[in-house]
Design a protein around this ligand. Sequence first.
Ligand SMILES: *Cc1c(COP(=O)(O)O)cnc(C)c1O
Length: 391
Amino acid sequence: MIPSVLPTYARAPLHFEKGEGSWLIEQDGRRFLDLGSGIAVNALGHANPKLIAALTAQAGKVWHLSNLYEIPEQQALADKLVETTFADTVFFTNSGTEACELAVKMARKYHYEKGAPDRVEILTFHGAFHGRSSAAIAAVNTEKMVKGFGPLLPGFRQLPFGDLPAVKAAMSAQTAAIMIEPIQGEGGINAAPDGFLKELRALCDETGTLLIFDEVQCGVARTGRLFAHEWTGVTPDIMMVAKGIGGGFPLGAVLATENAAAGMTAGTHGSTYGGNPLGCAVGLAVMETVSDPVFLSEVNRKAGLFRQKLEGLVATHPGVFEEVRGQGLMLGLKCVAPNADVVKAGYSAEVITVPAADNVIRLLPALTITDDEIAEAVARLDKAALAVQTA
Ligand SMILES: *Cc1c(COP(=O)(O)O)cnc(C)c1O
């Protein structure tokens, strides 16, 4: 008999009842150190007092308003994003997938309005992840995601990640945009090679192609800059954001330059819940916290500490781990042992990690993790590694 919850996930038998900062408490009372953050979502930890205050204050005012009216919280969050990024304008969504949908639509509409309706193709990369809608699975086109779900939305082409000659060869009169995660998350914490985003920017500028960054996982201070692309010195035309920006409330956004967004006039796109007052009130509290330079420098300091300890862990367990990857608090451990075994041993050691492709486990702690919790995390990972080694 089919379970009452559609069984599209192979779930671990863990029932978390409560969260406190970097900790998740199981029904049976065990306290797990959470290095997953619901996959980079609970960026400010569980039950953050500032976010609770923002949510409950808004809950007492108004929960939902149609986008047929002005929404002050949405306006305030859009202003904050415009003030702190490359963007001139923002559309709010409920998820990263919906941000992908709009990014694709916006890029195609841009060229259509410029009199180039044939420019519809979007170049993407192997190892990418952009969501689970029909457009987002077509964008990535791996067998795991698309098998049985055809016909696929046309107009996407996948290229090797970091391969500039392949991108140059794939560019044509049909190319509308290049879509890329500055650091791939699901793909295994793969940073774009040095200079690659800069080269893509130059290529896009030469050809009138739009550059789309998917910062759904790597954005919102995760890497120690407000957005990961800031490390590279180049900006996109369109950027997808979600996960961390809501701190646990479902919230996403598409940020764009005035030029890239020019085709998106009244009636061309919409969402019932996108930009909902509850989500935007929380999102504003998140953005106010993470855009503070002191907060960002703390993320970088703690990332340095964590990384140094993880390098030690890898050196101690060469039969389990191969290397540390990533930037800031978006870290990966490339495993020698099967990553699923390491994640499972972590559960026994009461530490939560998240598997990724390429036999990697992801460490995406709350950005508010303390030095003591970092030391405890590495101690628990050490325990997990010992269990895997002797299994
Ligand atoms: C999670 C993720 C998405 C999809 O976001 P959802 O909120 O799950 O729809 C898209 N892109 C990247 C890079 C992601 O990590």
